[in-house]
Design a protein around this ligand. Structure first.
Ligand code: CMP
Length: 140
């Protein structure tokens, strides 16, 4: 397995309930390192740009409204097989389908307010990391 980087976002439902530390403890316990991090309040336009790949999906408008409804924490996770490992720790997108012990099963409020986002491939991770971070902000 190669060392990879992936983009992680702690969503507004997580910041509102003061869960960022509990969620990040799961990543760190599983061996992922937070090598870049910042707290932002995305504008509607920024949320739309980040999720542009979903622009044709029926949930796009609601998703962008939610993602700009409060602060988020954007971060880069680094480790062996980080893309897949992060997704395993998060669990299924819909918390109703997530395995017990995963972030979304334990913390998510709904499929939209599902506490965390993670890149779904190494290729998308590179694009998503570059959306939020410059090279000098990532310190491995
Ligand atoms: P995320 O990993 O941030 O990527 C897109 C988000 O859209 C997803 O998590 C969900 O929070 C949200 N979403 C809302 N409705 C749906 C749906 N029906 N299918 C997939 N994603 C959805």
């Amino acid at each position: 397995m190669a060392v990879e980087r992936t983009l992680s976002i702690l969503k507004p439902d997580a910041t509102r309930r003061n869960l960022t530390g509990q969620i990040n403890a799961r990543f760190e316990t599983a061996g992922l390192r937070i090598v870049a991090q910042k707290r932002l309040w995305l504008s509607r336009a920024q949320a739309e740009a980040f999720y542009a790949v979903h622009a044709q999906r029926p949930f796009y408008n609601d998703l962008c409204a939610f993602m700009s409804s409060g602060p988020v924490v954007v971060q880069v996770l680094e480790g062996e097989d980080a893309v897949t490992r992060n997704r395993d720790i998060m669990g299924a997108t819909n918390p109703a389908n997530a395995t017990p012990g995963t972030i979304r099963k334990d913390f998510a409020e709904s499929i939209e307010a599902n506490s965390a986002h993670g890149s779904d491939s190494a290729e998308n991770a590179a694009t998503e990391i570059a959306f939020f971070f410059s090279t000098i902000e990532i310190v491995g």
